[in-house]
Design a protein around this ligand. Structure first.
Ligand code: DOR
Ligand code: ZN
Length: 444
């Protein structure tokens, strides 16, 4: 019997390095990686003309919205954007309407997603109101629990350390990780009150409220709770040198923590906030060049586990609110992450193995996603074909996301995803979606 598909004439990124070979796909999975003559007969064949094949990105920080927030993004547009960006699995955040925080709300969300997704999707839940419900949320399919310390989302009183500890111990029993938005609510609120009283309504006011101090205070609190509960915790979007310091010290002590950075914190500074104004407003915010350098040093030293987009789509009206206090924070990132990172690879700033480790291998490991995250025989055929030499100018007006703006709009990149395969099926070809809604699967 011939296999479903053979991709030939490629540079394939395997754990042993890049090999010039072909790749056979059968029944959704990679059945063989070998020189052309050693590949099986196939029903379909595609010559990749020397392009590079990488594991599809697993973006473990995505806000797909839909339901009552579908006006910002929905499962189809969000996962189309993912496919265009070489992302084969999105992990969805729970700050939805309704909030994902119970077996029922998760089930409903999955049911809607199932028919509309282009790439694979996994889901986080917020903490439920009743902690005994926690294991059933995992049984329902959640891959982790998201905790916002900046404002309450979900069932937990975030001021109550005893409650948090109890909750963490419960999560520990499920082996799922807790992923944390680390900004201390009290610090944010107190500073905000003062600054608002002074009548401020400028971009600096936002930066002053969302200070590195707010980040490290929340991170220190989590480290303490992780030590006591022994749960696995993942710090989302670490943005400051100080925050990084807290993470690195904890890791050195053997605390079970991992960390993530975003392309916008790696590539933009507060100056971009002044140039792009509200479009670059995000939480945690863009920082100074010194902080950006610290993130890059950590990347070079292989201390960062994950790069994720924190794709946070809003409408342009929500981004352009008159008062700084009403601007919706968030930057759409699914379509820019890989081109921006490949550009850094081409510039010699980022090593390709580090890119693959942070965008595919580590997310799969942290979220315990079986048979995904690298190109191995037996693994799912989740892969992205990239043309390392293709030059492109980012044009946000052509995004497949509903959020057609970006602080990276107009940037010249070198290195583009040209084809995306999900479970062995071609879903994106030269920027176009070539499959039906519902092609992606819900994972696990
Ligand atoms: O900038 C942000 N956007 N920070 C968050 O914590 C939420 C996110 C969103 O949902 O858009
Ligand atoms: Zn987020």
């Amino acid at each position: 019997m011939p296999v479903d598909l053979v991709l030939s004439n490629a540079k394939i990124y395997t754990r042993e390095g890049v090999v010039e070979a072909g790749l056979a796909i059968d029944n959704q999975r990679i059945s063989r990686i070998a020189k052309e003559t050693n590949l099986p007969q196939a029903s379909a064949k595609l010559d990749l003309q020397g392009c590079t094949v990488l594991p599809g990105l697993i973006d473990m920080h995505v806000h797909l919205r839909d339901q009552q927030l579908a006006y910002k993004e929905d499962f189809f547009t969000g996962t189309s954007a993912a496919a265009a960006g070489g992302v084969t699995l999105t992990v969805d955040m729970p700050n939805n309407k309704p909030v994902t925080m119970s077996p029922k709300s998760l089930r409903e969300r999955m049911k809607i997603a199932e028919k509309r997704i282009i790439v694979n999707a996994a889901f986080y839940s917020a903490f439920p109101r009743k902690l005994p419900e926690l294991p059933s949320i995992v049984d329902e399919g959640a891959v982790g629990f998201k905790l916002f310390l900046s404002h309450r989302i979900g069932g937990l009183d975030i001021e109550d350390d005893d409650m948090l500890l109890k909750a963490f111990k419960r999560v520990k029993g499920t082996n799922a990780p807790v992923t944390v938005h680390a900004e201390d609510r009290e610090t944010l609120e107190n500073t905000k009150k003062e600054i608002k009283k002074a009548g401020r309504n400028d971009l600096n006011a936002h930066l002053e409220v969302h200070s590195p101090e707010a980040e490290i205070k929340a991170m220190r609190r989590i480290v303490q709770l992780v030590k006591e509960s022994r749960v696995r915790a993942h710090f989302c979007h670490v943005s400051s040198a100080a925050g990084l310091g807290v993470f690195l010290a904890a890791r050195k002590m053997g605390v079970s923590v991992s960390c993530e950075v975003t392309p916008h914190h790696m590539l933009l500074t507060q100056d971009h906030l002044r140039w792009c104004r509200n479009l670059a407003l995000v939480n945690p915010p863009l920082r100074t060049g010194m902080n950006v350098e610290a993130l890059w040093n950590a990347i070079t030293r292989k201390s960062i586990d994950v790069i994720a987009s924190d794709h946070g789509p809003h409408t342009i009206e929500e981004k352009e609110a008159e008062s700084i206090w009403n601007v919706a924070p968030g930057i759409p990132g699914l379509e820019t992450t890989l081109p921006l990172l490949l550009t850094k690879v081409n510039e010699g700033r980022l090593a390709l193995p580090d890119l693959v480790r942070m965008t595919s291998e580590k997310p799969a490991e942290i979220l315990c996603l079986k048979d995904r995250g690298s190109l191995d025989e037996g693994y799912f055929g989740d892969l992205v074909v990239v043309d390392m030499n293709r030059e492109h100018k980012i044009d946000a007006s052509r995004f497949l996301s509903k959020a057609k703006y970006s602080p990276f709009d107009g940037w010249e990149v070198k290195g583009m995803p040209t084809k995306t395969f999900v479970n062995g099926q071609l879903v994106m070809d030269d920027g176009e979606i070539v499959t039906e809604p519902g092609t992606g699967q819900i994972v696990p």
